[in-house]
Ligand binder design. Sequence first.
Ligand code: URA
Length: 197
Amino acid sequence: MATPSLKTLAAQARRCERCPLYRAATQTVFGEGPADATIVFVGEQPGDQEDRQGRPFVGPAGTIFDKALAEAGIARDRVYVTNAVKHFKFVPRGKRRLHKSPDSYEIDRCKWWLDRELAAIRPCLTVALGATAARALTGRPVTISRSRGQVIDLPDGRRGLITTHPSALLRMPGAEARQRAYAEFVKDLALAADAIT
Ligand code: URA
């Protein structure tokens, strides 16, 4: 069977009911970027802003991700950016919606879409941003500090790289530690850029 195009997949995903997360979320946030991208970045799940706008990494995590990409010499509009889970999972707290990490069932159910995105794009490198994406791509629990920063073979036969999630940089206490972690993140992104040349 022919691989569906990203456009077809995105249209189908709008009606996704593969797990219960669609019920509370505003909309499906599908991946974004060119079909011939050589690098695919996989985040965890849309946040509050992404859920409202329908686009991945457009909130605070997106701002720091964009800055790091630029410093690593990667043009965001040349890469494909998506998430392991396509609906925002949250707990309401008054007027706020607090992020809640997806569980392994939700990650596994949503892998169906990620597999199809990767089949359509066939990137040279897939980069997992954080533990949820790493779990989705490797099929096992991953400790970021132990696995980050090296090009690895993924179970699907493609090359992958695991790095930290940009939100982890925002949460890190202490300016010095935050700066060091950010520099490590940029270094991993630069490695990703090198790996495809
Ligand atoms: N965090 C993610 O993992 N993905 C987004 O799209 C935004 C924040």
